[in-house]
Design a protein around this ligand. Structure first.
Ligand code: NAP
Length: 272
């Protein structure tokens, strides 16, 4: 793990902060190098008990003690947190990493004084079990070292990719929201499987194992998803009939329309 003074502060002690803290500690970071702040004792107590990290109710303590400050509060709280920290945060001493959905680098910059080193990251929910996919965007003030620090943090809970901030809306609709599409597909398959007379949990697990197996196969294979699909599809067979229905019902164009509208919604929410 590569951090300037090896101390990382999390403003917020909720789901995503806990996932990242767990990932960092599992990856070998000394718990003494992590501080988290939150207004309530309950979250802080569970983090200090589970991980042995330092905790505080005072956000300013994070600003005073940490060179890497991760903003992990809900988006509507970000402005007040940044206002509170703005006197303390400065270019030389702090790298700001925000995971707040929809809050642009420019919005963060406006709340802080002077030019700052700011990274915006968008993890998805599987990060909570170490299987996340996180997009990372850096502003011009951030150094290669800052980028390395951020990649190190998010690689502790999955894989990362670098993106221009302008691509984040499309990314959010594809990969940020992506787990919801898979859950929706599982729901639809479960509804189609009622006549199999499986227990709900049993069919759910069979379907999920099928999805995990297919994803692993596609990752390990040098064949494209289209080739792998063709390999499962015998002429005149079962799979072909289902795929014909998908084509007749124009499933691909439905997916494309959904992604376009979701991306537009992400742009709209960001502008608000
Ligand atoms: N969860 C995800 O999968 C996911 C994915 C991508 C991005 N994100 C982003 O990650 C951020 C955090 O999400 P989350 O799911 O972790 O939310 P969460 O579980 O609600 O955690 C938010 C934390 O912020 C604390 N908090 C509230 N006001 C604060 C303040 N003024 N100063 C310091 N801490 C404060 C809360 O404390 P109390 O509860 O004690 O008030 C809580 O510990 C959000 O901006 C979200 O958009 C989350």
């Amino acid at each position: 793990m590569n951090t300037p003074n090896n101390t990382i502060g999390f403003i917020g002690a909720g789901n995503m902060a806990s996932a990242l803290i767990a990932g960092l500690i599992n990856g070998g970071l000394d718990p003494k190098e992590i501080i988290s702040s939150s207004p309530e004792d309950s979250h802080l107590l569970s983090l200090s008990t589970e991980f042995g990290i330092k905790t505080t109710k005072d956000n300013m303590e994070i600003g005073r003690n940490c060179k890497t400050v991760v903003i992990a509060v809900k988006p509507h709280i970000v402005n007040s947190v940044l206002n509170e920290l703005s006197e303390l945060i400065n270019f030389e001493h702090h790298l700001i990493i925000s995971i707040a959905a929809g809050i642009k680098i420019n919005d963060i910059q406006k709340q802080l004084k002077g030019d700052q080193r700011i990274i915006r990251a968008m993890p998805n929910t599987p990060a909570s079990i170490g299987k996340g996919v996180t997009a990372i965007c850096a502003n011009d003030n951030s150094s290669d070292e800052d980028l390395k620090t951020s990649i190190g943090i998010f690689e502790s809970v999955g894989v990362t990719c670098l993106l221009q901030e302008k691509s984040l809306d499309l990314y959010t609709s594809l990969i940020g929201s992506g787990p919801a599409y898979i859950f929706y597909l599982v729901e639809a398959l479960m509804e189609s499987s009622k006549e199999l007379n499986f227990e709900e949990n049993e069919i759910k697990n069979l379907l999920l194992d099928m999805i995990i197996g297919s994803a692993e196969l596609a990752k390990q294979s040098s064949d494209s998803p289209a080739t792998l699909r063709k390999k499962v599809t015998s002429p005149g067979g079962v799979t072909e009939r289902a795929l014909e229905v998908f084509e007749e019902e124009k499933l691909k164009s439905i997916v494309q329309k959904a992604m376009k509208e979701a991306t537009e919604r992400s742009i709209e929410l960001g502008d608000k």
